[in-house]
Design a protein around this ligand. Structure first.
Ligand SMILES: N[C@@H](CCC(=O)N[C@@H](CS)C(=O)NCC(=O)O)C(=O)O
Length: 117
């Protein structure tokens, strides 16, 4: 019985891992920019405004009421604050880091697909 529970638990875990990997792959191939947000977060609003201002479409993942996607964000980024932003699979970080990239002139290069850090 215990062995059976263990096997089922492992299967569930690997199904969860697989789902998570597929989601990540989809985000990185279909949408170049992924941003995890919450609704009333001023940093999220600022980050989205910058991307909108630059005419960059993004895939927004609201995590206010979605503990699974919030946990996914934390696992992927190692951080617990929103926003968390990825550009072409590269983890930018939060709003401050996005603006720092913009101020240094490196955001446009990253958006063009150049990622030589
Ligand atoms: N320096 C971060 C600040 C982000 C931040 O503090 N976000 C708040 C929401 S507006 C947050 O996630 N707070 C939750 C927490 O600190 O656990 C950035 O620029 O993204």
């Amino acid at each position: 019985m215990a062995e059976c529970q263990l096997a089922v638990g492992e299967e569930l875990r690997s199904a969860k891992d697989l789902r998570s990997s597929l989601l990540r792959l989809k985000e990185e191939t279909m949408s170049r920019i992924t941003i995890y947000t919450t609704r009333y977060c001023p940093f999220c609003i600022r980050a989205k405004m910058l991307l909108e201002h630059k005419g960059q479409p993004f895939d927004e993942i609201p995590v206010d009421a979605d503990p699974v996607r919030r946990a996914e964000m934390q696992t992927r980024s190692g951080r617990h604050t929103v926003p968390q932003i990825w550009i072409s699979g590269h983890h930018v970080g939060g709003c401050d880091e996005l603006f720092a990239l913009e101020m240094s002139g490196r955001l446009d290069a990253l958006l063009k697909g150049d990622n030589h850090e």
